[in-house]
Design a protein around this ligand. Structure first.
Ligand code: C5P
Length: 229
């Protein structure tokens, strides 16, 4: 089953404290952005990649695409102030496809198996997102004091990719834009429409490169995978 992927890559990465877009930082001598792009470049079901970028970084990113032989990118529209705006600016340029995946460019360790499960589930149910079960005891805290311990069985930590049938995510984004709703992920926009969103069990390795510690963890994942090959 074919899909196109939207990769928001227009963040500033303040929490990384690198003084540049964190996606340009190397993990074992290759930029994070390229690691992520290569997953989709090599995924036979992926027929197109859309990258939301900062206008001032577009030229540099285009050079990187050429240098690393990334050929599936169909467009690099301007990102927006928030991640949701960046995703929307790609969606506005896309033509009708069966399934759209939205994936953080800062999550380079997503696997083909998880992608395939998401695409299948979005095809069957309309919307499906990646997540992992909460490992720790979870408590609700107010002003430094525990209010409640939440039943962990029902809690999942949500990641990307998030996969949708094209018409559903277009409607969800249009409605959100009209009423000025800002979600922390695309699934929230679909949930607001009253449409059910399915979960696909993902991997704890599918981490987002957010702070400096994540880079150490990220290199360890790459080294472990290289040894297995
Ligand atoms: O900051 P954070 O890591 O949560 O951002 C997730 C992804 O969204 C990153 O790949 C980042 O480049 C992207 N992003 C974006 N536009 C923004 C903010 C974040 O494309 N305004």
């Amino acid at each position: 089953m074919q899909y196109e992927v939207v990769l928001p890559a227009a963040g500033s990465g303040k929490r990384m404290g690198a003084g540049q877009n964190k996606l340009f930082l190397n993990l074992l001598e290759k930029p994070i952005l390229i690691h992520t792009l290569e997953v989709f470049e090599q995924d036979s079901q992926c027929t197109g990649i859309w990258l939301a970028v900062k206008p001032e970084e577009r030229g540099f990113i285009q050079e990187m695409l050429e240098r690393y032989g990334i050929s599936k990118v169909k467009g690099l529209p301007d990102g927006g102030a928030e991640r949701q705006h960046s995703v929307h600016s790609c969606m506005k340029e896309m033509k009708q496809v069966d399934i759209v995946l939205v994936h953080d460019a800062a999550r380079p360790f997503i696997t083909h198996d998880i992608i395939a499960n998401l695409v299948q589930s979005a095809h069957d149910f309309g919307a499906a997102i990646a997540g992992v079960r909460a490992k720790d005891t979870m408590k609700k805290v107010r002003d430094g004091v525990i209010e409640e311990t939440i039943d962990r069985e029902s809690l999942w930590m949500i990641q990307t990719p998030q996969a949708f049938q094209f018409d559903l995510i277009v409607e969800a984004e249009d409605v959100a834009e009209k009423v000025g709703f800002l979600g922390t992920d695309e699934a929230m926009l679909v949930e607001r429409l009253g449409h059910e969103v399915h979960i696909v069990e993902s991997s704890y390795e599918n981490v987002k490169m957010t702070t400096q510690e994540d880079l150490v963890f990220g290199e360890a994942i790459l080294q472990k995978r290289a040894k297995k090959q």
